[in-house]
Design a protein around this ligand. Structure first.
Ligand code: C5P
Length: 316
């Protein structure tokens, strides 16, 4: 037996970040910056992206690998939001961007559940910890908002009201656990194209948005009442998503016929979210979709889920 000690593993940080469903998504008229003002209520759900950041040798730069469901559909270059998150954090802190990132997918890809945004949120926290950058939380949130409108919510998690581009967040009080089933499609929908179709369908008369429109939904959350929540679900992007993908109507119908408390297109789609009476009922909704052959995969989860957090950390 050799008396040599084995080399210490390189510093490495593993972080997980949740996907989300928009319980309400109200969209206002497009602004001169190309973004639409939103009044939305996000709920994080127990589908998680995991990002492992491992220290790379000086000068190595950023590298990225991806595993898990639909990994082949995810870019592994500088267009990936996790890569951009690491690069932006290095830029802001003046630190060297030497890191090997690995993403384990757990949120449907291009499905309107902010899986890419979760990767960015997880990469930010992982690199901040790995590089011992010590960026204050408020600054991490600002960097997150630069990366994408849904990234700050993935950092925060739980349930929150979003205004502005969806990036100005106020935590919302909720009671209990809500049981969801998500039906996904192999081919995603691009968020900008759904917003564009919204503009085409709504025309110039789109009214301004106000979170006050969702008081019933907020009551349902505070009461932990899934029946009232199911009735109050609302998504202004549902009509444009259905217009681009008419076959989604059948996904909505099957869940409704199976007694879902509410059914909605998730964010910009094409994922459809169905709210069950219980965990078992959510599983039954997924089984109904599978039997009707209207979705490519089903993912059952509950909400609210915590925001981005460190799972393990091996530092120097
Ligand atoms: O911020 P993010 O990169 O996730 O947004 C992707 C695209 O979705 C934007 O470029 C824009 O076309 C559209 N979008 C929008 N209004 C929002 C959020 C996103 O029009 N509030």
């Amino acid at each position: 037996m050799s008396g040599r000690l084995s080399a210490a593993p390189p510093p490495s940080v593993r972080v997980r970040a949740p996907g989300k469903v928009n319980l309400a998504l109200r969209v206002g008229p497009v602004g001169s910056d190309g973004y639409h003002p939103l009044a939305t209520i996000f709920q994080a759900v127990t589908l998680f992206e995991e990002v492992t950041a491992t220290l790379a040798p000086p000068g190595a730069g950023i590298s990225l690998t991806v595993s898990g469901p639909q990994a082949d559909d995810v870019p592994t270059d500088e267009t990936n939001l996790a890569w951009r998150a690491a690069a932006l954090l290095a830029d802001r802190t003046g630190l060297a961007a030497d890191v090997a990132l690995h993403i384990t997918k757990g949120v449907p890809v291009a499905g309107g559940m902010a899986g890419g945004s979760a990767d960015a949120a997880a990469a930010l926290l992982a690199c901040d910890t790995l590089w011992e950058a010590g960026v204050p939380r408020s600054e991490l949130v600002e960097i997150a908002a630069e990366l994408g409108a849904d990234v700050p919510f993935s950092l925060l998690g739980h349930t929150a009201v979003g205004t502005g581009r969806g990036d100005l967040l106020t935590p919302a009080m909720t009671r209990g656990e809500f049981h969801w089933c998500f039906g996904t499609q192999r081919v995603g929908l691009s968020t900008p194209s759904v917003f564009r179709r919204f503009d085409e369908l709504a025309g110039p008369s789109t009214p301004a948005v106000a979170p006050a429109d969702d008081t019933e939904l907020m009551h349902a959350l505070r009461a932990g009442d899934p029946v009232a929540l199911g009735k109050a679900l609302h998504n202004d992007l549902q009509a444009p998503a259905l217009d681009l993908r008419p076959e989604l109507a059948e996904v909505l119908d099957v869940a409704t016929e199976s007694g879902a408390l509410g059914v909605i297109v998730s964010g910009s789609g094409p994922t459809v979210a169905a709210l069950g009476r219980s965990r078992q009922h959510a599983l039954a909704l997924g089984a109904a979709w599978t039997a009707a052959d209207v979705v490519d995969a089903v993912w059952c989860a509950s909400g609210p889920a915590p925001g981005t957090q460190i799972v393990t950390s091996i530092t120097r």
